[in-house]
Design a protein around this ligand. Sequence first.
Ligand code: 2HA
Ligand code: ZN
Length: 277
Amino acid sequence: MKILDAKFVQDFIKMANDGFLQGWHERNGGNLSYRLKPEEVELIRPRLNESGEWTEIGTEVPGLAGEFFLVTGSGKYFRNIIVDPEVCLAIIELDSTGTKYRIRWGLVEGGRPTSELPTHLMNHEVKKRITNGKHRVIYHAHTTNTIALTFVLPLDDQVFTRELWESATECPVVFPDGVGVVGWMVPGGRAIAEKTAELMEKYDVAIWAHHGMFCSGEDFDLTFGLMHTVEKSAEILVKILSMTPRKIQTITPENFRELAHDFNVTLPEEFLYEKKK
Ligand code: 2HA
Ligand code: ZN
């Protein structure tokens, strides 16, 4: 089958374009990666390129040895993915040690996988382990309202989770584990990848202060929907804070406990603290 006709490739392109249409991908901002299923690798194997040279990932992900990923290219614009996917995307294969990759498809005008490859792969490694292989998508976007909040809220997991939960009733149901926050760090390297992967042990969402967000999920819809829900809630909170520093009413800790009961989710008590008046 033509690689571009494979469903996972089409779904990847649609999700990338949906993110662009949300305004989350100015210039070359953001990146997306998908861990292929074994049957998807077999489907496209006859059309993969001959193996090129191995390149260092810049970190170790032994838990992903031999896996294939569809990823966005470094410096490529999300705007252009739907226009020319073979220029903007790549399928990479990892070696048997999880320290190197090689390009097996795409980037036909040259280039490298996303500059955030260490964070993507370290997140994939954590999520593959703790979800028994269910999670396959890692998504990074420059979500405007969530970024704005990192200038006015304390960079604290409990505060961010609670404020986002309070801003839209669906939030605790969509991300019951909460969100993690990474203070400002230089992007693109191993240090920010390690910090983000640590948070991914506990959360499906990691916010990078003054930069953007990472989400992990089982498939394209769930991962995009998670990012969309967090960002929508952040937008509401930005509007609230733009009107007034003080909410007159809100969703209370007791309300959250009722919601958890009726929707059959577990909401950790650490996020249901009593606020100082
Ligand atoms: O330019 O978003 O974090 C791609 C990025 C880097
Ligand atoms: Zn970024």
